[in-house]
Structure formats: C-alpha cells, structure tokens
Design a protein around this ligand. Structure first.
Ligand code: GLU
Length: 310
C-alpha cells in the first residue's frame, strides 16, 4: 500500500515592519496559488517578534491589503508573539542538551572576525564558556554540508561552520531570533512548503540544521525572485518600499501575475478580483519562474520606494 502524500499547508508570514509592498505581494500570490491549486490550506502568520523594527498598525494594514486583493486564509490569523513561551522552551532545551551555548561577544569583539559572502563568520569564541552575564544564545554548527533541493532554485549546499559559524537563536536584547521562531512555527503549524523571497535562500540551511537538532521534519522550500531596481537593491519594507495601492487592485494583481511570468491576457486588468483569481488558479504555473533571477522594479510603477529608490 502506498501512503497518501501529506495535504499541502502553505503560509504567508509577513513582518509588520511596513505595508504590504509589491515584492511581498508576489510571495503571497505564489504561496496562495500553490496552496489553492493543490487543494491545500493557506495560513497567514504575522511575524511580530522584533518590536524595534515594527510599525504600529502595520499588521492591520497588511491584512486589509490581503483582503482587498482577494486572499482568503484558512483559520484565524496567527501572531508569532503568541508562541513566545514555546520559543523560550526550545531555547532552554537546546541549552540543556549542549546544542546551544551562551555567548557574550559584542559587535566590537567580532569586528575582526573573518567575513564571507553571508557576513561575519562567528569564530567560536564562547564555545567553551563566556565572560559575562549579558549574553546571546548561539546554536552550535558543524561543517557537514547541509544540502536541499529548492523547488525553484534547484540543489543547494552550505557548510554552516565555515560559512556562517554558530548562529544566534536568542539575541542579547532578549528577543528570539527569526531563525528559531520561523522553524518552530512552521513545524508547529504543520507547514509542508515554505514559499518566500530568494533573499532568504541563504538562511534556509540554518533552518534545516535547527530542524535536525530539534527532531523536526523539513518542509519543502521554494524561493521566488525578488523585485530589484537597476542598482540591484531589493524592494524592502526596511528601505521604505511603498505599499500596494488600495484602489486599482485588479490592475495591480494582474501586474503581479505578469511579474510572475503567468502571461495574463491584457483585458484581465479590467476584470474583478474574483475573476482574476479564477484565471490565475486555472492557469497557474510555477516552473516558468525557474530562470528568473530578479524582477525589475522599473517595469512596475507600484514597485517603488517612498524615497524614489527605483
Ligand atoms: N517575516 C519575513 C518577512 O516578512 C518572511 C519570513 C519567511 O517567510 O520565512 O520578510
């Protein structure tokens, strides 16, 4: 007897650090289309665990935009801050098993650390013990290559110890690091496929390492191209990307389908949001994105920064 494949559970996990911009809309469209085309579920999780980077009310702005663009999520919206106790318990268990350790290195202590394409590589200074109580918590890594097959970007491999070094799972300021929270919540929510921007492709081996250490299953990963201006700057909330318009939703959704190489017919921009989704789901193809490295912001007027970066 062959076992049935697990039902698809996808998610969209925006941080409330600004409005929903064109780049995030693309990630939402791809994950939604894959969930609906696969008769699966689609969850929305607001990743609100980094208050210094958040904008008050951005969660509501994002949810209103998703609604205006016709997204229908399954179940209530979750907030990552709801899972703080679970995150803290996981950090504690990693400390107790010796998989993680306290680290008192300051930014200045690490100023001379070797740098690689992924940034400073932690040299392991506190592996055998640290000097003060003001600490971050780091997860031990080794140099066995972590390999995975991205559903769009193909085979990937990273050696964590030499490419990133032991990495932070709880920050010195007491906040839980994104890497730990995302791994915990994706597992606890039964996510089977993570769709997100290619800017997070380099973080995925750290997530897989955490999953292995915690005994969690690894979901499929699909990293989509990001929207970039001519200088190669990514459209991002942190650099002031403009929110997608609240009017002209049909034209914007069709532009998103165009950016995602779905080749929507020209007159679809005049259809209703429901009609556009019906067309998009009936015609959805992910493989057309395989050779797309980035999406040029200057072709999409809604893909702009407030400061006119693109
Ligand atoms: N919260 C992240 C963001 O808004 C996305 C994280 C993820 O999809 O894993 O950029």
């Amino acid at each position: 007897m062959t076992s049935k494949p697990a039902p698809y559970v996808g998610r969209f996990a925006p941080s409330p650090s600004g409005p929903l911009h064109f780049g995030s809309l693309l990630a939402a469209v791809v994950s939604y289309a894959r969930a609906r085309a696969g008769n699966g579920q689609w969850l929305v999780r607001i990743e609100d665990i980094d208050p210094p980077r958040e904008q008050p009310g951005a969660d509501k702005v994002i949810l209103n935009a998703l609604e205006a663009y016709g997204f229908e999520w399954d179940g209530p919206v979750s907030y990552q801050s709801q899972f703080a106790e679970r995150h803290a318990a996981l950090v504690q268990s990693l400390l107790e098993s010796g998989a993680a350790y306290p680290c008192s290195c300051s930014r200045r202590d690490l100023a001379d650390a070797r740098r690689g394409p992924l940034g400073a590589i932690y040299p392991g200074t506190c592996r055998e013990g640290c000097r003060s109580d003001e600490v971050a918590i780091r997860l031990r890594t080794d140099d066995e290559p972590i390999e995975f097959m991205d559903q769009l970007q193909g085979p990937q491999s990273q050696r964590l110890e030499s490419e990133t070094g032991d990495f932070i799972i709880k920050r010195r300021d007491g906040l839980i690091a994104y890497h730990l929270a995302v791994v915990a919540d994706d597992f606890d929510q039964g996510i089977t496929e993570v769709v997100r921007g290619i800017d997070l492709l380099d973080s995925t081996p750290r997530h897989i390492h955490l999953q292995r250490v915690l005994g969690f299953t690894t979901p499929d990963y699909l990293h989509i191209p990001v929207v970039e201006n001519a200088e190669g700057q990514k459209l991002s909330k942190l650099t002031g990307a403009r929110g997608i318009p609240g009017d002209e939703t049909s034209a914007t959704l069709v532009s998103a389908l165009d950016a995602l190489k779905q080749h929507p017919p020209a007159d679809l921009a005049r259809a209703s949001i429901d009609e556009i989704w019906a067309w998009a789901l009936a015609n959805w193809r992910t493989d057309v994105l395989r050779d797309v490295k980035s999406i040029p912001a200057d072709q999409y007027p809604m893909a702009e920064h407030e400061n006119g970066l693109s």
